[in-house]
Design a protein around this ligand. Structure first.
Ligand SMILES: *[C@@H]1O[C@H](CO)[C@@H](O)[C@H](O)[C@H]1NC(C)=O
Ligand SMILES: *[C@@H]1O[C@H](CO)[C@@H](O)[C@H](O)[C@H]1NC(C)=O
Ligand SMILES: *[C@@H]1O[C@H](CO)[C@@H](O)[C@H](O)[C@H]1NC(C)=O
Ligand SMILES: *[C@@H]1O[C@H](CO)[C@@H](O)[C@H](O)[C@H]1NC(C)=O
Ligand SMILES: *[C@@H]1O[C@H](CO)[C@@H](O)[C@H](O)[C@H]1NC(C)=O
Ligand SMILES: *[C@@H]1O[C@H](CO)[C@@H](O)[C@H](O)[C@H]1NC(C)=O
Ligand SMILES: *[C@@H]1O[C@H](CO)[C@@H](O)[C@H](O)[C@H]1NC(C)=O
Ligand SMILES: *[C@@H]1O[C@H](CO)[C@@H](O)[C@H](O)[C@H]1NC(C)=O
Ligand SMILES: *[C@@H]1O[C@H](CO)[C@@H](O)[C@H](O)[C@H]1NC(C)=O
Ligand SMILES: *[C@@H]1O[C@H](CO)[C@@H](O)[C@H](O)[C@H]1NC(C)=O
Ligand SMILES: *[C@@H]1O[C@H](CO)[C@@H](O)[C@H](O)[C@H]1NC(C)=O
Ligand SMILES: *[C@@H]1O[C@H](CO)[C@@H](O)[C@H](O)[C@H]1NC(C)=O
Length: 660
C-alpha cells in the first residue's frame, strides 16, 4: 500500500509497558474497552513471536530483500514508520527462523529527504552485485503526495532512484544524481498514469533472447496504470553498467481497468492500478531460468468514498504465462528505442500473456508481497541443502490499511509480515478430465494421460519456507497427536473436542479431511474443519464448505474484545479452493481430492495453507487466556473422514537478540 505512510504511535523502547505482564489487564476476565487503556498496554497481547516485524511501531510493505554476496546472509526489508521517521528498515537471517535487526532500535537504512525523494521512500528492489559490485537499491523516490489511482496524478510524483550500501546493509547511501527513471513516458505520447512505482529488478535469459539483449543485462518492471486505459506494468532495460540509465520497452502487460481473469472467481480483479509486481521463473523444485514465468502483483480497485489516501479493495494475486515478441513492429530494435524517446502508449515489443492466475493470499489484510531469488549459495540454503529458490514475504496489515479504528496506540505496533513462502511450479496429478478442470482459473491443463481420462494440472505452489517448517516441527516444545475419526451426518453443527489441546497460542497443526463423492451432490450441505482458539467465550472456525468450494475463517465469535472495542474485525475471511476428482491408476473409482490443511497460529496471526496451493493469512484477536482449545467441526448430511492431526507447539523466537 502506498500513499502517505500511516503513522503509528511513538513508543519509546524504554518507556514500554505491557499490561499482560504487569497485570493491568486480566485475560481471565472480560475485556474493558481497550481503546481507553494507556499506550503500549497491549504490547504482548497479540504479538507474534516467530514472524518478521519491527521491534515497535508500524510495518508497511516488505521490500528491498537481497542475499549479500559477501556474507550469504539474507536481508529482509520493509517500509517502516513512527511519529518521527519513515523509510525502510531491515533484518538479516541465516536460517529464516532467527533474525537480527541490521540496526538496533529500527533506525531506518534509508529515509526520505534527499533531492530525489523529498517526501517519501516507497518500495524498491536490490541488485546484489550492483554499483562497485555491492548491493544497489533501486527504489521509488517520491516528491509529491497524495498519490492514488482515484485522483489526477501529479507529474514527477514517483521516480526511481539508486542507493548503494558499502557496509552490512545498515545504510544505503543515495547516488548523487537525479532519478534513473524520471517518470512515465512523457511528451506528445504522454501517459496519464494512475501510479508508477515499485521498480522490480531481475535478470532474464528469456528476455535476453527475445529482445536480443546482452547476456545478463538487468531489467526492471514498474507497476502502475493509465487513467481510463489500463492497469499495467512498464518494462525497462539497463543501459549502462552503473544503472544510471534505463531504456523504456513499453507496457509488457496491460489489462482493461477493473477487468478480471475469467469471471473473477479465481483471481479477483486486475483493478485500476497494479502495484508491487515481482517477476520470477520457477520449476517444481525452485528457481530456474527455464522454468515457468510467474508474476506476483497487488491490484487496487475499490472506490475510496471519503479519503483519497485509502481504498479498501485490494487483491494480492499471481499470474503465470508466456512472453511473445511482436514481430509486426519493424525497426523497433532496442538501439532505436532510446532515440525515439518514449510514448507509443502500450505498443511493447514483448508481451506477457497470462494463462492462469490466482490469489497469492486470500486474506483481506494480505497485500504487497515482496519476493526475491534466493541462491543455493546463501547461508540458509547451504545449511538446509536447498537449491536456488524464490522466497516471498506477504504483508498483513492489522488495521486494514489504516481504515480500522484498531487500538494501535494501546498495542504500540501494527502489522506484520507473514511467514515466508517458497513459490514453485506445482502439479496436480491423476485429475479426472471432467468439467471441474476446464475453466479460466488458477490452474491449467498441462498434459493428458495416455489413456486420456485423466490430466495433469499446473498451478502455483506455496509452502512455508523449509527451514522454518523444520524448526517449528522438529524443535517443537510440545507435540500432540490427535487421532482422526469419521463423522457421520449431523443435522446440526457437531463439534468433537480434541483429547488434548495446546496450552498456548503458538503452534502449527497439520490435518487432512476426506469428503465423499456425495458431497458434490445438489443437496450437499457438508462443512468440515476445526474450531481453534476456543473457550466457552470465544471460538474461530476454520472450515471448508463444499457447496461453494470455499475455505472460510469464521471470526464472528473470535474475540470478546470485539464486543467492547472498535476496530476489531469480525468478518469472515474467505477463499475459493477447488477439490478435484482424483483417479489413480488401478483404482476402480475416482475420489474427491483430500483437503490437506496446515494452520499456523502465532498469537494474533493465523495462516491457513491448503493443498500447497491456497493461503489465507489474517488476524484473530482471541482475548481469553483459556481460548486455546481445538475441536473437530462438522455440519451437514454427508460424512467426512478426518485424518490424524499433528500439533507442534512453541514455534520459535525469531528475535533472540531483541530486548523483548
Ligand atoms: C499515545 O500515543 C499517541 C500516538 O503516538 C500519542 O499522540 C500520545 O501522546 C500518547 N499518549 C501518551 C499518554 O503518551
Ligand atoms: C551494521 O553496521 C552498523 C554500523 O557499522 C552497526 O551499528 C550494526 O550493529 C551492524 N549490524 C549488524 C547486524 O551487524
Ligand atoms: C547513510 O549514510 C549517509 C552518508 O554517510 C548519510 O548522509 C545518511 O544520513 C545515512 N542514512 C541513514 C538512513 O542512516
Ligand atoms: C488524467 O486523468 C485524470 C483522471 O481521469 C483527469 O482528471 C486528468 O484530467 C487527466 N489528465 C490529462 C493530462 O489528461
Ligand atoms: C475517465 O472516466 C471517467 C468515468 O468514466 C470520466 O469521468 C473521466 O472523464 C474520464 N477521464 C478521461 C481523462 O477520459
Ligand atoms: C470494479 O468492479 C467491481 C465489480 O463489478 C465493482 O464493485 C467496483 O465498484 C468497480 N470499481 C469501480 C471503481 O468502478
Ligand atoms: C504489435 O505492433 C503493432 C504495430 O505497432 C501494434 O499495432 C499491435 O497492437 C502490437 N501488438 C501487440 C500484441 O502488442
Ligand atoms: C533444533 O534446535 C537445535 C538446538 O538449538 C539446533 O541445533 C537445530 O538446528 C534445530 N533444528 C532445526 C530443524 O531447526
Ligand atoms: C444436479 O442437478 C442438475 C440439474 O437438475 C442435474 O443435471 C445434475 O445431474 C445434478 N447433479 C448431481 C450430482 O446430482
Ligand atoms: C460461500 O458461503 C460462505 C458462507 O456460507 C460465504 O461466506 C462465502 O462468501 C461463499 N463463497 C462464495 C465464493 O460465494
Ligand atoms: C471505546 O472507547 C473509545 C475511546 O474512548 C470510544 O471512542 C469508543 O466509542 C468506545 N467503544 C465502545 C464500543 O464503546
Ligand atoms: C483420505 O483419502 C486418501 C486418498 O484416497 C487416503 O490415502 C487417506 O488414507 C484418506 N484418509 C482418511 C483419514 O481416510
Amino acid at each position: 500500500m502506498k500513499g502517505l505512510p500511516s503513522i503509528a504511535p511513538l513508543a519509546s523502547v524504554l518507556a514500554r509497558q505491557d499490561g499482560t505482564a504487569s497485570g493491568i489487564i486480566d485475560r481471565n476476565a472480560a475485556p474493558p474497552n481497550l481503546s481507553t487503556l494507556a499506550n503500549n498496554t497491549l504490547f504482548e497481547t497479540w504479538r507474534p513471536r516467530a514472524h518478521v516485524l519491527p521491534p515497535i511501531n508500524h510495518v508497511g510493505d516488505p521490500c528491498m530483500h537481497y542475499t549479500d554476496p559477501e556474507t550469504g546472509l539474507f536481508h529482509v526489508g520493509y517500509l517502516y514508520s513512527n511519529d518521527d521517521i519513515s523509510g525502510a528498515a531491515g533484518a538479516i537471517t541465516d536460517d529464516f527462523v532467527h533474525y537480527r535487526d541490521v540496526k538496533p532500535d529500527v533506525h531506518v537504512f534509508i529515509e526520505p529527504g534527499g533531492k530525489n525523494d523529498p517526501v517519501a521512500v516507497f518500495d524498491g528492489s536490490v541488485i546484489p552485485r550492483g554499483i562497485n559490485g555491492t548491493p544497489t537499491l533501486f527504489y521509488t523516490s517520491v516528491s509529491f503526495l497524495p498519490i492514488h489511482w482515484t485522483i489526477p496524478y501529479t507529474k514527477g510524483a514517483e521516480t526511481a532512484s539508486l542507493a548503494v550500501t558499502y557496509g552490512n546493509g545498515s545504510n544505503f547511501t543515495k547516488v548523487n544524481h537525479g532519478p534513473s527513471i524520471p517518470g512515465p513516458p512523457y511528451g506528445s505520447n504522454a501517459l496519464n498514469v494512475t501510479g508508477f512505482r515499485d521498480p522490480y529488478v531481475f535478470q532474464s535469459p528469456r528476455l535476453d533472447a527475445l529482445l536480443d539483449s546482452d547476456d545478463g543485462v538487468w531489467y526492471n518492471v514498474i507497476s502502475g496504470g493509465v487513467h481510463n486505459v489500463s492497469a499495467t506494468q512498464f518494462l525497462y532495460r539497463q543501459v549502462d553498467p552503473e544503472f544510471r540509465d534505463w531504456e523504456y520497452l513499453g507496457q509488457w502487460w496491460s489489462e482493461e481497468p477493473n477487468s478480471t481473469w475469467g469471471d473473477g472467481t479465481w483471481a479477483g480483479r486486475w483493478g485500476f492500478n497494479m502495484e508491487v509486481a515481482n517477476i520470477f521463473t520457477v520449476d517444481e523444485t525452485g528457481y530456474d531460468d527455464d522454468g515457468d514465468l510467474f508474476i506476483t502483483l497487488g491490484t487496487e480497485w475499490g472506490y475510496a468514498p471519503v479519503e483519497p489516501q485509502t481504498s479498501p479493495q485490494r487483491n494480492m494475486l499471481w499470474a503465470s504465462g508466456t512472453l511473445s515478441k511482436n514481430e509486426t513492429q519493424r525497426g523497433w530494435g532496442h538501439d532505436s528505442w532510446g532515440a525515439w524517446g518514449h510514448g507509443k502508449d502500450d505498443d511493447s515489443e514483448v508481451k506477457f500473456q497470462p494463462n492462469m492466475a490466482g490469489f497469492l493470499d486470500w486474506g483481506t489484510s494480505s497485500y504487497a508481497a515482496a519476493g526475491k531469488y534466493l541462491p543455493a549459495s546463501s547461508q540458509a540454503s547451504q545449511q538446509s541443502g536447498a537449491e536456488d529458490r524464490f522466497i516471498s514475504y506477504v504483508w498483513i496489515t492489522s488495521n486494514h490499511f489504516g481504515d480500522l479504528d484498531f487500538p494501535d496506540d494501546q498495542q504500540g505496533w501494527d502489522g506484520s509480515l507473514a511467514t515466508p513462502r517458497e513459490l514453485t511450479r506445482g502439479t496436480i496429478s491423476n485429475v479426472v478430465d471432467n468439467a471441474l478442470v476446464h475453466e479460466t482459473a488458477s490452474w491449467r491443463v498441462d498434459s493428458k494421460s495416455s489413456m486420456g481420462d485423466t490430466v495433469e494440472l499446473v498451478t502455483l505452489h506455496q509452502k512455508i519456507v523449509r527451514e522454518a517448517w523444520d524448526a517449528y516441527t522438529q524443535n517443537a516444545t510440545n507435540t500432540i497427536t490427535q487421532a482422526g475419526r469419521t463423522i457421520e451426518q449431523s443435522s446440526q453443527s457437531n463439534t468433537v473436542a480434541f483429547d488434548k489441546s495446546p496450552s498456548s497460542k503458538f503452534f502449527v497443526m497439520t490435518a487432512s479431511i476426506n469428503f465423499t463423492e456425495q458431497a458434490r451432490g445438489n443437496n450437499s450441505d457438508v462443512k468440515a474443519g476445526f474450531k481453534i482458539l476456543s473457550s466457552e467465550h470465544e471460538e474461530t472456525v476454520i472450515y471448508y464448505q463444499f457447496s461453494n468450494e470455499t475455505l472460510i475463517i469464521d471470526r464472528s465469535n473470535s474475540s470478546a474484545a470485539a464486543l467492547t472495542t472498535n476496530g476489531i474485525a469480525t468478518t469472515n475471511e474467505v477463499g475459493k479452493l477447488r477439490l478435484f476428482d482424483i483417479q489413480c491408476e488401478g483404482e476402480p473409482e475416482a475420489h474427491v481430492e483430500t483437503l490437506d490443511l496446515t494452520i499456523l497460529v502465532d498469537n494474533g496471526i493465523v495462516e491457513v495453507y491448503a493443498n500447497d496451493r491456497f493461503v489465507i493469512s489474517t488476524w484473530v484477536w482471541s482475548w481469553y487466556a483459556a481460548s486455546n482449545n481445538i475441536a473437530f467441526f462438522h455440519e451437514g448430511s454427508q460424512a467426512v473422514k478426518l485424518g490424524d492431526v499433528q500439533i507442534y507447539e512453541g514455534l520459535a523466537d525469531a528475535w533472540p537478540e531483541r530486548s523483548r
